[in-house]
Each structure stands twice: as C-alpha cells, then as structure tokens.
Design a binder for this molecule. Structure first.
Ligand code: F6P
Ligand code: MG
Length: 504
C-alpha cells in the first residue's frame, strides 16, 4: 500500500466503539428525573465546572451528541491527525527532526489509547506554556478521578485538544505543528463560488451617498447590516469537524450567499434578535466591536467581509479579533490561519478557474485588510483563556484581565457552536431560557459588554427560542440540533459603562 493511501485505522469512523464505562453512575429512571428537575437551575454558589446550572451533557449520555462525539468523532479526528503527521514525516529528511516527530506520533497513539479506553483525565504535563496551571487547577479541583466519558462533555472535549497540543509541545522541533492546517487551507480553496460572490460585491469601497437623506442612509445601512450578519452567521455552518462526509455540492449549498437565499434562511433562525442587534449597532459611531472568532477559512473570510463593512460604514474605528493560541476543535482560527488568509487573498493562486476580475477583487480586499491591520484598525489577539476547559461563566473570575478588556467594547460577537456552548455552560437548560440568564455573569456582572451570539445549531444545548418551537422540531425533525440547518442570533445588553468589580 502506498503511503498516500495508508490511513490510521481510526481515521475511518469505527463500526462500533467499545468503551470502558465501568465508572458511570447508574441510569436514572424518568420518575427520578422529574424529582431531580426541581434542583435546577442550581443556585450560583453551587455552580462549578462539574455542576453547571442545569444538568451537564456527558459522554455516556447515549441520547446526546456528546456520546457520538466522544465515542466516534473524536477518535476519527485524532486518526486523521495522525495521518497528517505521517504525511509530514514522509517529507522530512533530517534524522533528528524525524525521530522527534516519531515521538510525537507515539504520544498521539497514547492519547488515542486513553480516549478509546476511556482513561481518567490526568494532569497536563508542564510544557512551559502559561495555561498549564489553569488546566491543572481545574482538573484537581473539579475532575479528580473523572474520565473522558463521565466528565462533562465540554471539558472532556476541550481537554482532548489540550492533550493533542501536548503531543507536540513536548518535542524539540514540532512545538507549533498544526495537524489541521492542511485541511483548513483546503476547504477555503474549495469555496470559490461564495468567496468570489462576496469579493466582487464588496471589493469596491462602501460609499455614503450624498443625495439621500440621513434617514434613508440609515435604513440602507441597516438592510446591509442585516444581510451581512446573516452571511457571517451561516458562514459558521461549514466547520471541518462536521464536514468529514460532505460532498463539494453540499458545501456549496451551505455557503450560498444570495439575497433570496438569505431571506429564506431567516426563518431558520429560531431565536432571532437580528433586528434588535441591527437597531443597536446603528447607534454605534466610531466604536469598537470584538469578534470571538470560530473557524478558519471560509467562515473567517465572511467575518472579515463583515468587519470590513463595520469599518467602512463608520460604525467602528476598531475591530478586535480574538483567535486561538493552539490548534483547537479542528478548524478554529490561529494566528497562522489569520496570516494565511490575508496573504492568500493578496498573493495566492488558490482558485484554478477564477477569472482575472475575480482574482483582482480578492486582491483588493486582501490589500485593504492588511492595511487595516497595519493601521491598527484591525487587531488579532489570542488570550490563553479561550483555549481552556472553562466556560465563559468563569471568564470574569478566571481571566479578569480579559473581562476588563472586553468590557471596553461596544459589542462582543461570539461566533459559532463551541463559543455558544461555552457561553451557556453547555447544559440541559430549557429551550426557552432567556439568553441573558443562560450566559450568567457575562450578562449580569457590572461592566459586562453587550454580547451577541451568532451560532448555527450543531450540538445539544439550545436556549433563547420561543416555547413550542423546539418541541415541535423534536417530533418532526429528529437531529435538528446537530444538522447546522437552524441557528440563533441572540443578544444580551450587558451592563456596559458600570465599573467591573473583581474579588481578590
Ligand atoms: O465536537 C463538537 C463541537 O464542539 C460541536 O459543538 C460543533 O459541532 C463543533 O464541535 C464545533 O463547531 P463550531 O466550529 O461551530 O464551534
Ligand atoms: Mg470551531
């Protein structure tokens, strides 16, 4: 078999995963569940990472997406990662570097063994990185003796990505290696249709028209904002961790950005604060908006088109983008992905059949975006807190510097599914829980900024939708919570302007 075709056995979805579930609590009967419902939501003093306000999703909950992810998706993702490293190894010539990389592969195999054997969550080995203390404190305080399947899904999944990092951070030559980089670049270059549709529409600088009234201009801006917000939202439906089995056609359908298409998709926004958000954003002049980014490639490109408009329309004088410090949940943006997309727009030849006009429009955007970066209008930041197992309920207490920084923003836009899970503590809250209640301290602490979540629904937790809607979908469309077909755009006003208070 050639090296090109040899794949790690786990890179294919296993038929059946055999898990060691010996440490699990007994299954609850429906009658027990009713009784326990009165305990929720937990009072804030009883909430901690192992006890969210509502019951956590855990890998052993067979009915949940957590189960499929822990048992099948994560081993598949890890198997593909190992294949990627072999690809790199086969192209290396220096023995010291090869041996160093072989040791990374051994650590990856150990991680695979731990995951498939449902091992206990051990502390992260001190690799000198600044986040080790935060990880190990959380493990020691809340997850001692817990394993991959009985720890809350969110923590167990995040932990797996930190362990993946450890496989490389303990090496000499491969500390910054990103096993997902090839895939991330690849999907962007397969998104040509939607990429050029947007570049050709937005390459020309936005004009304020002198001949229309201020009111008409505002109305125009608002319509454009509504449209771009949807582009930015649906850009999230194509994340790599779910695209494993999608065809090129499927991807194109998801990425279609036409106006009619957007009108039709608005009805799939189940919790819809889009218009409230637009009314609020129209009041911001020369302000600052922050994006807590999700995925690289096409989604990031949509975010940049959106942020470009925020600058050009005079809404913002600065946009701050928050990315990840380490490769995270397959497709999340790192600094390398950020640099890659800006440079590819300007210098790349990614799209084989592109016309000169198409390539030129992309170059124009790329040049303008790099200029924003030079002038400080756009800033890329990567706080280590974003790659911890903590949810954003703990942002104020575990990363007060970051809370302080965000409290100075006029709006913080959280993109995507994982950010939404972290905002809402990834737990079994009722579907109609108001968003500002579901995000806890990030709405209620003094100084909390206005927060918007633009999320296509790809996992179990759903809040902020009118009662009845989810129940109907449960009956009619099982799987609606993981298909990426539905979305929410939710807004919390926060307590901007109040001075944040921190305990020592
Ligand atoms: O692995 C599960 C998960 O976190 C899901 O929540 C989601 O399907 C995916 O990974 C990440 O999605 P996103 O890139 O939108 O955060
Ligand atoms: Mg992601």
């Amino acid at each position: 078999m050639s090296n090109e075709t040899k794949t790690h056995p786990s890179a294919k979805a296993p038929q059946k995963t055999v898990l060691n579930l010996g440490n699990l609590p007994p299954k609850l009967k429906p009658s027990d569940m009713k009784q326990s419902a009165s305990q929720y939501p937990r009072t804030p003093s009883r909430v901690n990472p192992n006890q969210p306000p509502w019951p956590a999703y855990r890998g052993y909950h067979e009915y949940s997406f957590a189960h499929a992810t822990m048992g099948v998706r994560l081993p598949t993702i890890l198997g593909k990662a190992i294949d990627d490293v072999w690809k790199t190894l086969n192209q290396e010539y220096d023995e010291e570097r090869i041996v160093d990389l072989v040791n990374c592969i051994h650590r990856l195999e150990d991680l695979m063994g731990d995951l498939q054997g449902n091992s206990k969550l051990r502390p992260i080995i001190d690799d000198g990185a600044g986040d080790v203390a935060l990880w190990n404190k959380e493990i020691a305080k809340f997850f001692r003796g817990k394993d991959f399947m009985n720890a809350p899904w969110l923590f167990a999944e995040a932990y797996k990505y930190r362990r993946l990092r450890e496989c490389f951070s303990l090496s000499k030559y491969w500390v910054d290696y990103d096993v997902f980089f090839r895939q991330k670049c690849d999907t962007f270059s397969r998104s040509n249709q939607a990429v050029f549709e947007l570049s050709q529409r937005f390459a020309e600088p936005h004009k304020h028209e002198g001949n229309i009234s201020a009111e008409a201009q505002l109305e125009k801006n608002k319509l454009l904002f509504l449209e771009l917000t949807q582009v930015c939202l649906w850009g999230n439906s194509t994340d790599l961790s779910l695209l494993i089995d999608m065809t090129e056609e499927d991807i194109k359908k998801l990425q279609s950005t036409g106006g009619d298409h957007l009108a039709a998709t608005e009805k799939n926004i189940l919790g819809n604060d889009l218009h409230k958000l637009a009314d609020y954003v129209m009041t911001i002049k020369n302000g600052r908006i922050d994006f807590v980014l999700d995925n690289a490639g096409f989604e990031l490109y949509c975010d940049l088109v959106y942020a470009d408009w925020l600058i050009q329309s005079g809404t913002c004088s600065q946009v701050i983008f928050h990315g990840k410090k380490i490769p995270w949940f397959v497709s999340d943006v790192t600094k390398k992905d950020w640099d890659w997309i800006l440079n590819s727009c300007v210098y790349g030849q990614l799209f084989q059949d592109a016309s000169d006009a198409e390539v030129e429009s992309l170059r124009t955007l790329g040049h303008r975006w790099k200029q924003y970066e030079k002038e400080g209008k756009w800033k890329y930041e990567a706080h280590p807190f974003w790659c911890t197992g903590y949810t954003f309920w703990d942002l104020h207490s575990e990363a007060p510097d970051l809370f302080q920084h965000l409290s100075e923003s006029d709006l913080v836009i959280f993109k995507g599914d994982l950010n939404h899970r972290k905002l809402t503590y990834d737990c079994h809250a009722p579907l109609d829980t108001p968003f500002n209640q579901a995000i806890g301290p990030l709405a209620s602490e003094a100084g909390a900024p206005p927060v918007a979540s633009l999320r296509t629904i790809k996992s179990d937790v759903v809040v902020g939708i009118p009662s009845g809607v989810g129940e109907k979908l449960d009956d009619e469309e099982p799987g609606w919570k993981i298909s990426g077909k539905y979305a929410v755009v939710l807004l919390s006003q926060g307590r901007k302007g109040e001075t944040p208070v921190y305990n020592n």
